[in-house]
Each structure stands twice: as C-alpha cells, then as structure tokens.
Design a binder for this molecule. Structure first.
Ligand code: TYM
Length: 333
C-alpha cells in the first residue's frame, strides 16, 4: 500500500521555495494517497531554538499546512515530538547506518561550515532521524525539494541494510522522493546560484508565506535579472540562472511547464514579465498569509488538530516499532 509522508522544520519563516517544493504537493497528494505530514520539532533543535518560542513556531507551520490546503479530515497532521516512536526507531537506525554514509551528506557540510567540531551531534545524525520519520510509517512516497534527495537515498540504504541484517526481506519499503516539477529547486531572488533559504540574511532574497501583497510585488520587481528577452526554447535559457529561476517560479505558481511559460512570453523582456509574475505571485501567495494569521488567532484549535493527528500517527507507528523491537531482539520486544 502507498503512503505519503513529509515534514518541515519549525525553524524560521516559510518561503516560496518551501511552498513550491513541498507544501503545494502535500495538499495535492492527500486526495490520491494516504498522507502523513508532520512538524519536525526534533529536527529543529539540532540548532538552538528558544524554548519559549518553539511551541508557537510549531503552530505556525501547522497553520501554513492548513492555509495551503491540507485538510485534517483527510491528512494526518501532527508534531514529531508527540510521537516517541520516531526517536526510538532513530536509535536503532543509528546502529544500522555507517559513519561513511553520513560523512557524505552535503547538507551537513553546508550547514556546519568550517567548524564542524562545534556543531551538535544531532545535526550530524539528523538524516538518520529523517529516515526513521519516514520508515516508522512504512511510507513509500516523500514529497520534498531537490535539496532532500540525498537524505532520501540514505533512507533507502538504511531500509535495505535493516531488511538484510535482520533477515526481514521487504520489511521496510524503499521510499521514493517526489521531486518532479519546476518548483523542486527555487533559487534566491538576489543570486540565481544559491537556493532560496530561511537562513539567507537578505529578506529580499525570498518571498515569505506571510509577506503582504505590496512586499511580494516589490521583491519581484527588485529581483536580479539580465537585460535579454525571454527565448522560445528552454535550452536557450542555459547560463541565465536568474532568468531560469523566474520562469520556473512562474511555471510552478501557474501549474504549467517552463516551456509553456516561454511559449507565452518569448521575445519579451523582464520589464514586461515581472509585473505578470508579481500579479500571479500575489494572487497565489497573498491569501495564504491572511489565512495563516486567521488560523493563528485560535491556537487552541490548532492544538486540537495536532493532538488528534498525533493520536492517529501513534496508532500507525506503534505496531511497526513493536515489530522492529522483535526483529532486533530487544528484551522489551
Ligand atoms: P526544511 O524544513 O528545510 O524544508 C521543508 C521543505 O522545503 C523544501 N525546500 C525547497 N524546495 C524548493 N526550493 C527551495 N529553495 C527549497 N528550500 C526548501 C525542502 O526540500 C523540504 O521538502 N529535513 C527536512 C525536514 C524533514 C523531512 C523528514 C522531510 C525531517 N524529516 C522526513 C521529509 C521526510 C528539512 O529540513 O526540510
């Protein structure tokens, strides 16, 4: 049976990249496949989070899920910390994964920078916890942005090694990353060679889910571009990173392919394209921020949704974890 699982860290404002790379797909998939979407608060504390703020940050991500179309009657929405099975399975996986596998993870290298000895151990084993998030539900499909592909490959490696080591063929599925479409890798509006990110010091580099219409338009007007017109063919955009990115953003927001967008705008410059893109972005993103603010005015209702989701998630995870304990041979198995 197919099952979708994905999550987002509550560690800063969500942006257009998170929306197009992940959230928009959650809302779509929930009607096709049984869907579990969580807020990754265990992952968030791999870097320091202010304890008095973390719970509210979790509610903000939950509000973003709801505002972008996840329906708690259809999908299971919960906080990672409410389901202890994630952390329990992660321990077993820490003993399945090899140091060499984790040493290859590029996201750790990017995040740790020069002083990796000062990072938390959790940041290093972070992808192992991610594998546990997915496999504790035996999920088969994981909608994420391109930057998570390597973590999904690690998840498959861990699943395969567990199945082999504990003589349990097919026990864990080897899940697929769903990264199709023009939204899988949205780049900074200031520099087409780096991805749009929560941690970029320039707020003009990204469009936040909570930005109002004027801010969205302004950021698109200021986005870096070149002086050429848009070509007819996708291949001709090669080497024009900023142009490529804005065409990709348009395509993802409109639910069209980049080639279709070029066919419409070929021969036009950014003076003409940007206002059209701004209108489209405002019409899609504008209402989301408003809906998030409305939902966040009733935190008790968000907590109720997260509580019900956690109950359902625990029900699904418990028998899987019990089988793992038996396979490993634990006293408590
Ligand atoms: P996080 O919180 O960094 O990002 C959430 C989702 O947004 C995607 N994303 C992007 N997509 C396109 N363009 C961008 N510029 C961009 N930036 C971010 C990410 O790929 C992600 O899908 N490790 C995960 C959270 C996680 C998880 C999991 C995901 C924990 N456990 C299990 C799936 C399954 C993360 O840090 O995402």
């Amino acid at each position: 049976p197919k099952r979708v699982l994905s999550g987002v860290q509550p560690s800063g404002d969500l942006h257009l990249g998170n929306y197009l790379g992940a959230l928009v797909k959650f809302a779509r998939l929930q009607h096709e496949i049984e869907t579990f979407i969580f807020v990754a608060d265990l992952h968030a504390i791999t870097a320091w989070q202010e304890p008095s703020k973390l719970k509210q940050q979790v509610r903000e991500i939950a509000a973003a899920y709801l505002a972008t179309g996840l329906d708690p009657k259809v999908a299971t929405i919960f906080a990672q910390s409410a389901v202890p099975a994630h952390a329990e399975l992660a321990w077993v996986f820490n003993c399945v994964a090899r140091l060499g596998w984790l040493d290859r993870m590029t996201q750790f290298k990017d995040k740790a920078g020069k002083h990796k000895e000062r990072e938390s151990v959790g940041l290093y084993t972070y992808p192992v916890l991610q594998a546990a998030d997915i496999l504790v539900y035996k999920a088969t499909h994981v909608p994420v942005g391109e930057d998570q592909r390597q973590h999904l490959e690690l998840t498959r490696d861990i699943a395969a090694k567990f199945n082999h080591d504990f003589d349990a063929p097919g026990f864990f599925p080897l899940p697929d990353a769903l990264t199709q479409g023009p939204g899988a890798r949205i780049m900074s509006l200031r520099d087409g060679s780096v991805k749009m990110s929560k941690s970029d010091p320039s707020d003009n580099s990204r469009i936040n889910l909570t930005d109002d219409a004027d801010t969205i338009s302004q950021k698109i007007r200021k986005a870096r571009t070149d002086a050429d017109v848009l070509p007819e063919k996708l291949e001709e955009l090669e080497g024009r990173a900023e142009a490529q990115n804005l065409v990709g953003v348009y395509a993802a927001l409109a639910g069209r392919t980049a080639q279709e967008v070029l066919s419409e705008f070929a021969g036009q410059g950014f003076g003409a394209f940007k206002p059209k893109l701004a209108d489209l972005a405002v019409s899609v993103m504008g209402p989301i921020g408003g809906e998030m603010r409305r939902l966040l005015s009733d935190p008790a209702e968000i907590d109720r949704i997260l509580g019900a989701g956690a109950e359902r998630a625990r029900e699904v995870a418990a028998p899987n974890l019990a089988e793992v304990k038996k396979l490993v041979g634990f006293w408590a198995g």
